[in-house]
Design a protein around this ligand. Structure first.
Ligand SMILES: [Zn+2]
Length: 127
């Protein structure tokens, strides 16, 4: 019996208060955050991920666009055709090869819209 009680205590999941924030408050908070903080916030829980990674929400696109325009002064052009604001921000602000995961890679090959190390690029392209 004690065992069951012990188990019960640890199996009960209380909802996190942060996830109960109304969407309009969440959006208001996001307005002033740099892309790196938005990316961290998207990893907190499914709800935040849903708010920040929705591909068809104009509000989501606006949050990322505002953050990019405010905090990434070297990235003022709109995203390339077919790329969402989130994909664009991740491409320019994250580090590492998108294929092998080699860290510290910053080189973006704009014709292919990828961040890649030289080795991976050569393996995937024909001269
Ligand atoms: Zn690579």
């Amino acid at each position: 019996m004690e065992y069951e009680y012990y188990h019960q205590q640890f199996l009960i999941e209380k909802p996190c208060l942060a996830t109960q924030i109304p969407p309009e408050i969440f959006i208001s908070i996001c307005k002033d955050l740099p892309p790196t903080d938005l990316l961290s916030l998207a990893r907190v829980c499914k709800k935040f991920y849903g708010y920040l990674c929705s591909t068809n929400s104009l509000t989501t696109q606006e949050i990322w666009r505002n953050s990019r325009m405010t905090f990434l002064p070297f990235v003022q052009l709109p995203p390339p055709e077919g790329m969402t604001e989130l994909q664009y921000v991740k491409l320019v602000s994250e580090r590492g090869c998108q294929f092998c995961g080699k860290s510290r890679i910053r080189k973006i090959y704009w014709p292919f819209l990828v961040r890649s190390c030289k080795k991976c690029l050569e393996e995937r392209t024909i001269r």
